[in-house]
Design a protein around this ligand. Structure first.
Ligand code: NAD
Length: 433
C-alpha cells in the first residue's frame, strides 16, 4: 500500500521575487492588499476578503488496479460567497496544494465579479499525476472525491468545472456520482460536461476563444498587427491548444509551443493542426519533426508580438521579466505573472491582459451551461459564442477605460473593478447575525 503525503497548508506564505515557485496565495494576497489600499476598502471587509470562507481537506482511499489501496489528498476551497454560489475548477496535478487552491479560489471570486457573473469563487484539486493513473483508477478517484465533496457541492451551492488534468469525462463521472446519491440526474452540479449529458455547445473552446479575443482586442488598441504576427504559447492543453488554433486561423504565426514535457520552435510558424495531432499521439509536443527543440525558460524569452502563458502559475517572475521580448501578454493561465514581474513589465511598456479577464471565457460559458441545465433549454453554439463575445467585450472595454482614465495597469484596473463589486455585495448584505 502506498500513500500520497498531504501537502499541508502554509500558514505564512512567502513571496519569492525571483525563485522558480512563488507561493500563489502570497501573490493573490498581495494583489488584494494593493487593490484594497487603492480602493480604501473598509478594514473589516478587507479582513474578510483576505481569508477563504470555507476550506475542506479530504484524505480518501482509492483501490488501484493491482489491488493495493492508495490514500489521496484533495481540497475544495470557497473563497467568498457574497455574490452567489461558489464556482471554480478541479485540478488534478502533483503540484496541487492548499495555498495554490486558495489563490485560485480568490482569483475566481475576482473573475466572476469582473465579468458580472452571479457567483462567488471556489477551486479544488487532488494531489496526483493523472497521467500515471489508468482510466479505471481515475474514475474511482473521481467518484470517491465527488462523494467526499458532497458536503459542499450542489447546483445551488458550489459548481465545479474542469481545470489542469481534468476534462469532460472527469466531469461526467462527478455528475453521475452526485446524481446516483440524489436518485435523479443533476446535470447542473458541474460544468464542462460532454454535450450528451447537459454540457454546453462551445464550452470546450470557450477559454481559448476568450484568450484569442482578448489578444486581438489588446493588439488592436496597441496597433500590433496579429495577421502575420509572431505568437508564443506555453501550455498546449485545453486553453493553449485552442488559443493557438484560433490565433493561427486569423493569420498569426505560432512560432513556439511548450508543455510540461518540452517545447518546439519554428520562426516561420508551426503547423498547429499537425502539432495537435502529434501531441495527442506522443503525449506532448517535444520531438515534433522539422521544429527546433526549446526549453520552457527560453521559449518565454523569444522575441514575439504576443506571449500566451497557458500552463501554470508563477512563470513570469522578477527573474525573467526583464528579458521578455514580447509586446503583449495574454494570460491564459491563472496567476502566471508575479506581482514583482508585473512592475517590471509595466515599466518596460509590455501590456498584460490579466488572467481574471483573459481566461474568463471558460467560466462565462460554464455559467451559460449551468443556466441551460437549470432551465433544460439548450442553445446553439452560435448563440453561446455571440453571448460570450458580448460579455468579454463589455468587460474588456470597462477594464481598458478604467486603466486609461486612472493611469493604471490592466491588472490593477481589473482587480479594482472586481474587488469593489465584491466589497459592495458584502456591505449591502450586512453582517449576520
Ligand atoms: P490542461 O491540463 O488541458 O493543459 C495544461 C498544459 O500545460 C499542458 O499542455 C501541460 O503539459 C502544460 N504544463 C503543465 N505544467 C507545465 C510546466 N511546468 N511548464 C510548461 N507547461 C506545463 O489545462 P488547461 O485547462 O489548459 O489549463 C491551463 C491553465 O489555464 C491553468 O492555469 C488553468 O487554471 C487555466 N484555466 C483553465 C480554464 C479551463 O476552462 N480549462 C479556464 C480558466 C483558466
Amino acid at each position: 500500500m502506498s500513500s500520497v503525503a498531504p501537502a499541508g497548508a502554509t500558514s505564512a506564505p512567502t513571496l519569492s521575487a525571483s525563485g522558480p515557485a512563488p507561493n500563489p496565495w502570497a501573490m493573490a494576497l498581495r494583489q488584494l492588499d494593493e487593490a484594497a489600499t487603492r480602493l480604501q476598502v473598509d478594514p473589516g471587509v478587507r479582513a474578510r476578503l483576505s481569508a477563504c470562507q470555507r476550506e475542506l481537506t479530504v484524505n480518501f482511499p482509492v483501490r488501484m488496479d493491482d489491488g493495493s489501496l492508495r490514500v489521496f489528498t484533495g481540497y475544495r476551497v470557497q473563497h467568498n460567497l457574497a455574490r452567489g454560489p461558489a464556482k471554480g475548477g478541479l485540478r488534478y496535478a502533483q503540484h496541487v496544494s492548499l495555498d495554490e487552491v486558495r489563490a485560485l479560489a480568490m482569483w475566481m471570486t475576482w473573475k466572476c465579479a469582473l465579468v458580472g457573473l452571479p457567483y462567488g469563487g471556489a477551486k479544488g484539486g487532488v494531489i496526483c499525476d493523472p497521467r500515471a493513473l489508468t482510466p479505471g483508477e481515475l474514475e474511482r478517484l473521481t467518484r470517491r472525491f465527488a462523494t467526499e465533496l458532497a458536503v459542499l457541492v450542489s447546483p445551488e451551492k458550489d459548481i465545479p468545472a474542469p481545470d489542469i488534468g481534468t476534462d469532460g469525462q472527469v466531469m461526467a463521472w462527478f455528475m453521475d456520482t452526485y446524481s446516483m446519491h440524489r436518485g435523479y440526474s443533476q446535470p447542473g452540479v458541474v460544468t464542462g460536461k460532454p454535450v450528451s449529458i447537459g454540457g454546453s455547445e462551445g464550452r470546450l473552446e470557450a477559454t481559448g476563444r476568450g484568450v484569442a479575443f482578448c489578444a486581438r482586442q489588446a493588439a488592436e488598441r496597441r496597433h500590433i498587427p496579429l495577421a502575420g504576427g509572431a505568437v508564443v504559447i506555453q501550455g498546449f492543453g485545453n486553453v493553449g491548444g485552442v488559443a493557438a488554433r484560433l490565433l493561427n486561423e486569423i493569420g498569426s504565426r505560432i512560432i513556439a509551443v511548450g508543455d510540461a514535457q518540452g517545447g518546439v520552435y519554428d520562426p516561420d510558424g508551426l503547423d498547429v493542426r499537425a502539432l495537435r495531432l502529434y501531441a495527442q499521439e506522443h503525449g506532448g509536443v517535444a520531438g515534433f519533426p522539422s521544429a527546433t527543440p526549446i526549453s520552457n525558460a527560453d521559449l518565454l524569452e523569444l522575441e514575439c508580438d504576443v506571449l500566451v502563458p497557458a500552463a501554470i502559475e508563477g512563470q513570469i517572475t522578477a527573474a525573467n521579466a526583464g528579458r521578455l521580448r514580447c509586446k503583449l501578454i495574454a494570460e491564459g493561465a491563472n496567476g502566471p505573472t508575479t506581482p514583482d514581474a508585473d512592475l517590471i513589465l509595466a515599466q518596460r511598456g509590455i501590456t498584460v491582459v490579466p488572467d481574471i479577464l483573459c481566461n474568463a471565457g471558460g467560466v462565462i460559458v460554464s455559467y451559460f451551461e449551468w443556466v441551460q441545465d437549470l432551465q433544460q433549454l439548450f442553445w446553439a453554439e452560435d448563440e453561446v459564442n455571440v453571448r460570450l463575445r458580448r460579455i468579454m467585450g463589455r468587460s474588456f472595454d470597462a477594464m481598458w477605460e478604467r486603466a486609461e482614465a486612472s493611469q493604471q495597469t490592466l491588472r490593477q484596473a481589473a482587480l479594482d473593478i472586481a474587488v469593489a463589486r465584491v466589497a459592495e455585495a458584502i456591505n449591502v448584505r450586512g453582517l449576520y447575525p
